[in-house]
Design a protein around this ligand. Structure first.
Ligand code: ADP
Ligand code: MG
Length: 482
């Protein structure tokens, strides 16, 4: 492990708490829907509001997703865990408490591994526990008043807590991206950050190397990777400045304002004791027999790192390609389908990471909705490999497939006249012409000027209207020039 990067002689320490919204259709303790964007207060039932006489009932799907997460990160799935009431007063929390897990969480330990540049990092997880979300205050809908929307109350969350293992904003963002990849890959969370399905709280402190941990401030609800980096960087600078000016850091919860790029204290941080946690008397202990864990394990998809390792082993891809292609499960599947169909793994990899990714990015399209299917790319790549089209011509074919100006590779090549000229007789005829018309270059080349040869190649390719097989053109020219 390399030493932590220092900023003005300070070491940065970061720990994350992430709320991943679990992708169940109904809430964690009631049958109300979790769908995003409904009319305010149309998806909160009596249980979500804890009206007298109602009782929470555990949603099995939420537990199952917690088990999946535990298995994905190599954690211990507790056979028995406990729900607790976290008591606090806030207008969007009509019950006066949030049902969460405190002393015994369902997922314990585990780790997230990822690359930061060419360095492998491991962030240890403390725990991941199940809890319900609160409602939302709406400050923009009324003048001089705030509204309360309780649709989100009772939405299932997995709160994922790390050890304070990260040492830079870049490492923190890389961790968050990897965690996001894991939860979306195994399908327990849709990962939509704008809608709040994946929200990170960054705990940040600084210290002189070798000193005990500094006092931390917690930046709440970071819901974009860009803001995450900006917020943490600002916070680090602010804390160092305070300390250098002789002020002690006070533990606090802060909010990041993307408009000013600054963090601002929201409240002084409360301690666990302030919440008066106690076991929820309405919910029995959550029991997870080992057979359940085994069943979930048997159904787990191949995980990103296992898939990447397999791409290296089975297709001979470089490590870099394999990691890039396993950014999402859909991309991995796309690559593999095209690689299998064409038998040209490295060429497919180049096209997926290059032209395809570029087009997907520009048009903000997900790979599973790509206008060019894996089968089409496989066909195209096969035509490059067998010499039918040049790389440049293949780009034109790709473009036609993308825009719907054709959907069968061979037909597009035919219709657009993109076939490479590999017919030696035809090429020789064109090259003879070029040599006759460019006596200067020929003379210069014979006098030892290597550059003149490139000019002749250029002329020859031009004569073939770009359809000459470049390797063949080169060889024929060399041969004829003796
Ligand atoms: P709380 O009960 O206030 O949420 P925790 O002990 O659960 O506090 O820690 C919350 C998060 O803060 C964890 O991710 C932890 O790694 C991180 N953390 C704890 N101490 C520090 C520190 N001094 N600097 C940075 N992060 C810290
Ligand atoms: Mg905490």
């Amino acid at each position: 492990m390399s030493a932590s990067p220092l900023i003005q002689g300070y070491e940065v320490v970061i720990g994350f708490e992430t709320h991943a919204q679990l992708s169940t259709r109904s809430k964690i303790f009631s049958r109300a829907a979790t769908a995003f964007g409904a009319e305010p207060n149309t998806q909160a039932c009596a249980v979500d509001l804890a009206l007298p006489g109602t009782l929470p009932v555990m949603n099995k799907g939420a537990v199952e997703r917690a088990i999946q997460f535990g298995l994905a990160i190599g954690a211990h799935v507790a056979p028995r865990s406990i729900f607790a009431r976290k008591n606090y007063f806030y207008p969007d929390l009509p019950k006066g408490y949030q049902i969460s897990q405190f002393e015994i969480p369902v997922v314990q330990g585990g780790a997230v591994e990822f690359w930061l540049g060419d360095e492998k990092k491991t962030v240890r997880l403390v725990r991941a526990h199940l809890e319900e979300d609160a409602g939302k205050s709406l400050h923009d809908d009324f003048i001089g008043q705030s509204g309360i929307d309780l649709n989100r109350a009772g939405t299932p969350l997995l709160e994922i807590v790390t050890e304070p293992d990260m040492r830079s904003s870049a490492e923190a963002v890389a961790y968050a991206k990897e965690l996001h990849k894991i939860v979306t890959w195994i399908g327990i969370c849709d990962g939509n950050m704008q809608e709040g399905s994946f929200r990170c709280d960054a705990n940040v402190s600084v210290r002189k190397p070798g000193q005990p941990l500094g006092i931390r401030r917690e930046i709440k609800n970071l819901n974009s990777f860009k803001f995450m980096q900006q917020a943490i960087d600002y916070e680090i600078r602010w804390q160092i400045e305070q300390i250098e000016d002789g002020h002690a850091i006070q533990q606090a919860t802060v909010l990041f304002n993307p408009d000013t790029g600054e963090t601002r204290a929201m409240r002084t941080k409360e301690d666990a004791a302030d919440y008066r946690y106690f076991p929820d008397p309405d919910l029995p202990p959550l029991l997870i027999p080992s057979e359940w864990v085994d069943r979930v394990k048997a159904q787990m998809p191949e995980l990103p790192r296992a898939m990447a390792a397999r791409f290296v082993a089975d297709y001979g891809l470089p490590e870099y390609d394999a990691t890039t292609l396993t950014q999402s499960r859909a991309m991995g599947a796309y690559f593999e389908a095209a690689a299998r169909a064409s038998g040209q793994a490295k060429l497919v990899s180049n096209w997926v990471m290059g032209e395809l990714s570029r087009r997907l990015n520009v048009s903000e399209t997900r790979i599973d909705a790509s206008p060019v299917s894996a089968a089409q790319l496989a066909q195209l790549v096969a035509r490059i490999a067998d010499g039918t089209v040049s790389n440049n011509a293949a780009k034109q074919v790709f473009d036609a497939l993308w825009t719907g100006d054709g959907n069968e590779v061979d037909a597009v090549i035919e219709a657009k006249g993109l076939k490479q000229i590999s017919d030696t007789g035809e090429l020789e005829r064109l090259i003879d012409e070029v040599l006759a018309n460019n006596a200067d270059n020929v003379a210069q080349y014979k006098a030892g000027k290597e550059k003149a040869f490139n000019a002749l190649v250029g002329q020859a390719m031009k004569a073939t209207k770009g359809k000459g097989n470049p390797a063949q053109v080169n060889a024929l020219l060399k041969q004829k020039l003796g």
